[in-house]
Every structure is written in C-alpha cells, then in structure tokens.
Design a protein around this ligand. Sequence first.
Ligand code: KG4
Ligand code: ZN
Length: 331
Amino acid sequence: MKILAIETSCDDTAIALVEAKNNKFKVLSNIVSSQTEIHKKWGGVYPSLAKREHLKNLPIVFRKIRRGRTSADFIAVTVGPGLEPCLWTGINFAKDLAKKYDLPIIPVNHIEAHILVNFIEKKPKLPAVALVVSGGHTQLILVKDIGKYKILGETRDDAAGECLDKTARILGLGYPGGPAIAAAAKSYPRSDLGKLSRGRTSDKLPRPMINTEDYDFSFSGLKTAVLYGFKNQPVNQMAKEIQQAIIDVLIKKTVKAANDYNAKTIILGGGVSANEELRKQFKRKFKNVIMPDKKFSTDNAVMAAIAGYYNIRKKTKNYDKIEAKANLMIK
Ligand code: KG4
Ligand code: ZN
C-alpha cells in the first residue's frame, strides 16, 4: 500500500509518499520545506507566520511530490501534539485531498512518529525506552510494543532543543540553536570541560535534576546560568559546555530508565537526536541504542507515513472527526 503523509506540526512543511508492505518501507518521495530563514529573525517559531508559510508551501511541495509516482491508498496526517494553527493547515490540506480522491485519512501522533521512524528497517527489540528530544518536547517513553506506551517522564519547563535554541540566542549564534551550538562546540578543540571561570574560580554549568529518582527533566536553570552566571567566556567554549551539560542529563536519565525497566533497546528521536556528540556518547553508554538517520531525526513526513501504517485501524472517511489536538499525549 502507498501512504501519502503530511506533517506540519511546527515549522517544517513536509510531505512524503511511502510504500509499505509487511512492516517494510520504501520511501518513494520525501520533501521537507524548511522555514528556518523566516523564523531566524525571531530566534524561534512564530506560529501565525508558520501557518502562513505552511499554507503557501503545501501546494508547492505537493506538486513536487506528484511529479513522481502519485497514487496513494491512504493519507496520514499529523494531528498533534504541535502548534494548533500549523496542525490545522496540514489537516485541512489532507481533508481536501482525501475528499477529492476518495481516500481514508489516518490521524498520526507526532511523538509516536518520532519513535516509529526508527522501525523503518526493522522492528527493534522491545521493550524499549524512547527519548524524544526536540524543540517542543523532551520525553522518556516506555515502548512496551507498537501502540503500547507509557510516559515515564518529561521536562518540567523548557525542552532540550528549546534550551539549545535559547542559549544559542544568548551567545549570538544562529537559529536553529542546536546545529549552531554543535558547530561552535566543534571549533573549541580543547577538552578542558568544566573549567569555565566565574570570577577567579573555575566552575561548570549546572546539570539540573541529573541525580533525581524520577525521569523528569528541567532545562530552564541551565539557560539562566548561561544568561547570568558566566560572562566573558569564549563563545565556542560556552557552546561546548552547554552541549555537554544537556548530553550528560539526557544520557544519565535515559540509561537509568532503560536499566530500571529492563529495556532491550534505547530509541532516540526528535531534532536534538541529530546531534553528533549525543549520538556518539549514547553509543558508549548503552549496548543497544538505535537512532534515525539524521534527516529523519528532525521533522519530516516519512515518520508520519510509518506511524500511519502502524495505526491503519484508525483510518476514516468520516473527515469531520479529524481535528488538531495541540496537546495530544502518547498512550
Ligand atoms: O523535531 P524537530 O525538527 O522539531 C520539533 O518537533 O520541535 O526539532 C527541532 C529542534 C530544534 O530545537 C533544533 O535546535 C534541534 O532540534 N536540533 C539540534 C540539531 N539539529 C536540530 N540540536 C542539536 N544538534 C543538532 N544537530
Ligand atoms: Zn518533532
């Protein structure tokens, strides 16, 4: 079967056509139209602007997809969580297409999609603990099976990606902050981590909640420390420290959850999982860590197609029932 998938939960307008058969997937086309240039000015995503861009880009991206093989059997669309006005643009576009071609729509959860994109080649050994880290989310999820999830913990304030975006802004680096911090960190060759100077003493950035018994996160204190605590440090040294502080917390908590729940696999997903250092250091700390190809870490529609395939039972032609759910939770 062929699934046409549409993803507009944040600032990427993404459409993909994926052929799925017996839990195997072939990407026929995959287009992501990024709005980075537009949101750069603001240092973050501005929802009404993002909505306007989705409206403009959806038909353009769809036309490009149609130049290839076109016919689809199902339309999968992200219904949440995400920015509500943005979600609606994708949903309404999906509904128009579905009506025109008389196709069923499969509603997709964006977080589940970030997890299930890791199933593109084969199903990993379960149970797994998934860490979904993006600009909007930082969640640890127990994956008992496909469709059987339990949220173990999440951030109490900023998401990890949000922290990277905000601290990058403080340091005067570009947007999105994750790749900008990673690039700046790379240009700081020395390995003397934890030696920031605060007055005459050396100090390190905080690792909020790293040793708590729960599986929750908090990143706003890290941002505040960067803003007020450490002035006049070289930017690339700060970038390296910030990146490492976030990596330390993410790895410690995820590995703890994996051990506590006897997980056979750690699954990574979301934009921050594109981070090279995070990927490298995770592999050193746990024997079986799987992560998406980098282009599938950040938002894309292939992940929505795969999540659609595994949720085919939710297909409907009762289009009025498909609605945006900004705070949709994975269950
Ligand atoms: O999953 P995603 O594309 O969108 C959301 O659902 O939020 O994630 C975007 C986030 C941004 O915060 C961005 O700074 C971060 O992922 N990001 C990275 C990298 N690439 C994107 N963070 C660290 N290293 C990267 N290479
Ligand atoms: Zn995402």
